[in-house]
Design a protein around this ligand. Structure first.
Ligand code: HEC
Length: 116
């Protein structure tokens, strides 16, 4: 009986350990707050197309491939940001053939809600 309880305790401990390590690798909270329908559409697009590079999704040490976009619209004009998104850069794909102008505007509206 006591051996049985010991085995059960070990089993429960292992389940707890596994869930802790899964929890540690869970995706980080999405930045910003999407409240309007346009911002929500922007968040949906951001999750699908941008988060892979612009959020630290890797396990520890968390690092993102591209820069976090907090404050990017305070440092740059909206037009400059729109150009980067449309044309991409050396390390970033351009989106002018895959996203419509409205979709790019929606992403920008969502990124504007990121805190600095
Ligand atoms: C393949 C990875 C990747 C994806 C996907 C990606 N980006 Fe980027 N992005 C980058 C990198 C890397 C940079 C930094 C510029 C460079 O190194 O060329 C960047 C730069 C930017 C910048 C300029 C940041 C600054 O501080 O000037 C903006 C704005 C931006 N990305 C927005 C987006 C948006 C919006 C999406 C989704 C529609 C997106 N990116 C998708 C990799 C990516």
């Amino acid at each position: 009986m006591s051996r049985c309880i010991a085995a059960l305790t070990v089993a429960i401990g292992m389940v707890a350990l596994v869930s802790i390590s899964i929890g540690a690798q869970a995706a980080p909270k999405m930045p910003g707050s999407a409240t309007t329908p346009v911002e929500k559409e922007g968040r949906r697009i951001f999750v699908q197309r941008c988060a892979v590079c612009h959020l630290p999704l890797t396990p520890e040490p968390r690092k993102s491939y591209g820069p976090l976009l907090n404050g990017v619209l305070e440092k740059n004009s909206e037009d400059a940001v729109r150009q980067v998104i449309a044309n991409g850069s050396l390390n970033m794909p351009g989106w002018r053939y895959t996203l419509t102008a409205d979709q790019i505007n929606a992403v920008i509206a969502y990124v504007k809600t990121f805190s600095k």
